[in-house]
Write a protein that binds this ligand. Structure first.
Ligand code: TTP
Ligand code: MG
Length: 459
């Protein structure tokens, strides 16, 4: 049973009861379809009807959280677009589309909920977004602005709990175990957080409360925008039972298809599947999937003052035009290695693995990686590895649409012992050059200095 009730401050919250109300195999997006009639959609758009969720009598959820880990996941609604709408009131209630501009290559980063009504979504080519929503207001991303707001929100969250883990530019986990008692219930505390964010930034967010990070993260997306979904530990099996497997954080389309092939459509079915079959199909990842399906998840929220445990750092770019030109590809890989290297050093890491991604004009996509014998830190070392991977693996002569570079197998720079590779390859010297460039960029902006070879990116 799924219950809707109003929080102390009038913000809706939901509690998942023992009879999961999601139809078997139904797409999550259908289930969480929002009712727009209570929201201003602007432009006279007729919003899609919302599925009425069964109502029930709210129970004494608050007391029942005592003694349990209580993890919250917060995700800002239409973040980049909402920041722009706050910044400029003329954009409010309008279909705002952030990312590539129509007429140019590029994709949609995000869009306001008013634009989503037309089918516009993140990752879609801007040209397609324009076809769907020609009267949309297209804007380029303004990273500094979003980072500023993100930091503001983070500083606010820290006032509620010392255990806040920023998870992306618009997401965070918060451990509120025990602390919620000061507010009455976990939902009351989260509603206070939502109010505080709204008061300080004018922005709304959606939140999930669960006994671990996985359940909290999965539930925060259930009632977007401006929602709150609470899954009590005892109700985790009912919550998961009828969800489609793709609703699990980490299960992508490919894994979803592979599961479907063996007749597993829902998380409940996955939970009951023999572990040895999952291991045979997906290796150790299969065992992890089984645990997730049974509601087992990480409860460790890494506080903001500890270093985030980054697994990889990467950037990719859609080229201005499909191209087979070695010069243009080289220039773009140079630019990407510069960005990746800078972010990696800023986070205090060095890497031992470089991955190259390239996508041909027909959208066939390849990723190739190389693990090195020692750690690298310079843009040039990343670039050389990426070029090598391109030369060794680009079998076709046709045009390329997208290239990307990421580094992984990271370790803290202070663990570095200036290994052999460093000295013999001149990596140490190259790193010094990068660190000098980093200082110039810190003072004068990211465009203050770059490599000459990046200049031919658009030729
Ligand atoms: P999301 O939280 O995935 O999206 P959102 O906040 O815009 O919308 P929602 O209400 O569904 O949470 O991502 C946060 C920001 O990250 C988003 O505002 C823009 C950026 N982003 C991209 O640049 N490209 C992408 O493909 C996605 C998904 C997000
Ligand atoms: Mg978001």
């Amino acid at each position: 049973m799924l219950q809707n009730n109003a929080g102390a401050n009038g913000v809706k919250s939901r509690h998942f009861g023992t009879n999961g109300s999601f139809g078997k195999g139904r797409q999550l997006t259908h289930v969480i379809q929002r009712e727009h009639s209570d929201k201003e959609t602007g432009e006279g758009i007729e919003p899609p009807p919302k599925r009425r969720l069964p109502r029930g009598v709210p129970d004494k959820v608050a007391a029942r959280w005592e003694g349990y880990k209580t993890i919250v996941h917060l995700d800002m609604d239409a973040f980049f677009a909402a920041v722009e709408q706050q910044h400029n009131p003329a954009l409010r209630n309008k279909p705002v589309i952030i990312g590539g501009l129509p007429g140019y290559r590029g994709v949609v980063s995000t869009c306001s909920y008013e634009a989503r009504v037309y089918g516009v979504k993140s990752g879609m080519p801007s040209a397609e977004a324009y076809r769907l929503c020609p009267h949309g207001i297209f804007m380029q991303t303004d990273g500094h602005k979003y980072t500023w707001v993100s930091v503001e929100i983070l500083s606010l969250l820290k006032q509620f709990s010392p255990t806040v883990e920023p998870f992306s530019i618009d997401e965070a986990f918060i451990d509120i175990s025990g602390i919620w008692q000061r507010y009455g219930s976990p939902a009351d505390m989260v509603n206070s957080i939502k109010d505080a964010i709204k008061g300080k930034t004018g922005l709304t967010c959606s939140a999930g409360i669960g006994p671990n990070k996985m359940i909290a993260k999965m539930s925060s997306g259930m009632d977007k925008p401006d929602g709150l979904t609470e899954v009590h530990p005892e109700r985790v099996p009912a919550f998961l039972e009828n969800l489609p497997v793709e609703a699990v954080w980490g299960i992508g389309k490919a894994t979803g298809k592979a599961l479907e092939k063996v007749g597993i459509d829902t998380v409940g079915e996955l939970a009951k599947t023999d572990r040895s079959l999952l291991k045979r199909l997906f290796g150790v990842a299969g065992l992890a999937l089984h645990e997730i399906a049974n509601g087992v998840g990480d409860t460790e929220v890494t506080p903001f003052y500890q270093k985030p445990n980054e697994k990889s750092i990467g950037h990719e770019t859609t080229l201005p035009k499909d191209t087979a030109s070695v010069e243009i590809l080289t220039a773009n890989l140079r630019m990407l290695s510069e960005r990746v290297g800078r972010r990696m050093r800023k986070s205090g890491f060095e890497a031992r693995r470089v991955t190259l991604k390239f996508r041909y004009a027909d959208f066939s996509t390849f990723t190739r990686a190389k693990t090195l014998s020692g750690y690298i830190r310079s843009d040039t070392a990343i670039f050389h590895q990426a070029m090598r991977l391109l030369k060794e693996n680009k079998q076709r002569t046709d045009s390329i649409r997208l290239v990307g570079i990421s580094v992984s197998k990271l370790r803290d720079t202070y663990n570095s012992f200036q290994e052999d590779l460093f000295r013999s390859s001149g990596e140490s010297k190259l790193s010094c050059i990068c660190e000098t460039m980093d200082k110039i960029k810190d003072s004068y902006g990211d465009n203050a200095i770059t490599y000459l070879s990046t200049m031919t990116r658009y030729v």
